[in-house]
Design a protein around this ligand. Structure first.
Ligand code: XMP
Length: 326
């Protein structure tokens, strides 16, 4: 009987056998896979694990707190948080081209993570220990796609993250290599991770930066973060989380639209709701979200987020549209 308990026990044994008494680093992204992989390694060799979380300021409302508080509370992991928000904002200043945004975020992410990894290695070295292993949340479909080889080197946690330098080589620990996404979620539940973390919709590595159409700044990110939180809250309340693959909320930051809000005329911005149904994100259809749910989302966003005076719905399938707008 191949239950989640069996999977957890077996992986814990394998991790112990693989890493022995060496130290391990795990980068957390806020996503399901890295959280479950980290929690498994924590259960196996908790004393030897340091988790690193780079807060780039592009996450959704509550996600950094989930990692910093809930993940730590449940797992007891030793977490190093790097607050890199200013650095990412500075690097993104004035940039509106989507691929430029991705490149900049990928580059900054590697630099910040690398620096944090060096610090962990240096601290362990001072204590006479060696850091040899890096945890990756690679899933079975990723293994199949990349030809099935085992890695000994570099980071592949988001597809926007490149490699680590030669002198920072780690052997990979990949406890999710044999699992599909739904199994990873059930393992996460078995490990006691919060439901919001385990059942989280896919979210791109470059985060909210590629959902602000136009240049990214702190204010625009804050506006989008509020609107996104409202949409997620109402979709969850309506029980639609598991029917919808993901629902990007996109801020048309360079577009103005005239409205009447409260006492008078406003000149704000539109947001686009992009709820999609999909099996694997390669193709998708727009989700037929009930009108009353859309109405609630629209009313709340325009009432609660001053800068937004118009809510629109994207009814394009993929292809021809991609899921994200950038
Ligand atoms: P598209 O927009 O290409 O998205 O239809 C397909 C899936 O991939 C996610 N996505 C990304 N994930 N880095 C990521 O880690 C990225 O640069 C990126 N771009 C898109 C998107 O959210 C969807 O689930």
């Amino acid at each position: 009987n191949w239950t989640m308990v069996n999977i957890v026990d077996e992986q814990v044994e394998r991790i112990r056998a693989q890493v022995g008494s060496k130290q391990v680093i795990c980068g957390l992204s806020g996503g399901v896979d890295s959280a479950v992989a980290g929690a498994l390694v924590q259960r196996a060799v908790g004393e030897q694990l340091t988790c690193v979380f780079v807060d780039h300021g592009l996450l959704r409302k509550g996600e950094a707190e989930q990692v910093e508080k809930d993940f730590v509370a449940v797992t007891g992991a030793d977490l190093k948080v790097v607050d890199a928000q200013d650095r990412f904002l500075a690097a993104l200043e004035g940039v509106s081209d989507p691929e430029d945004k991705r490149k900049i975020i990928g580059r900054e992410f590697i630099r910040v993570f690398e620096q944090a990894a060096r610090e962990v290695v240096a601290e362990a070295g001072a204590a006479g220990e060696e850091v040899e292993f890096l945890v990756q949340g690679t899933l079975y479909p990723d293994v199949v796609e990349s030809g099935g080889g085992t890695g000994t080197a570099n980071i592949k946690s988001h597809h926007n993250v490149g490699g680590l330098p030669e002198d920072l080589r780690f052997t990979l620990v990949e406890p999710l290599r044999e699992l599909f996404k739904d199994e990873v979620r059930r393992v996460g539940e078995e490990l006691g991770l919060p439901a919001e973390m385990v059942w989280r919709h896919p979210f791109p590595g470059p985060g909210l930066a590629i959902r602000v159409i136009g240049a990214v700044d702190r204010h625009r990110l804050d506006v989008l973060r509020e609107a996104d939180a409202i949409a997620r809250e109402e979709l969850s309340r309506a029980g639609l989380d598991r029917d919808i693959w993901q629902c990007p909320v996109v801020l048309l930051a360079d577009v103005h639209s005239v409205g009447v809000q409260g006492d008078g005329r406003t000149y704000g911005h539109p947001v686009v709701l992009r709820p999609v149904s999909s099996e694997d994100a390669m193709t998708a259809d727009w989700s037929r979200v009930p009108y009353d749910v859309l109405a609630t989302i629209s009313n709340r966003i325009t009432n609660e987020v001053r800068e937004i005076n118009r809510v629109t719905l994207d009814v394009t399938s993929k292809p021809p549209g991609t899921i994200e707008w950038e």
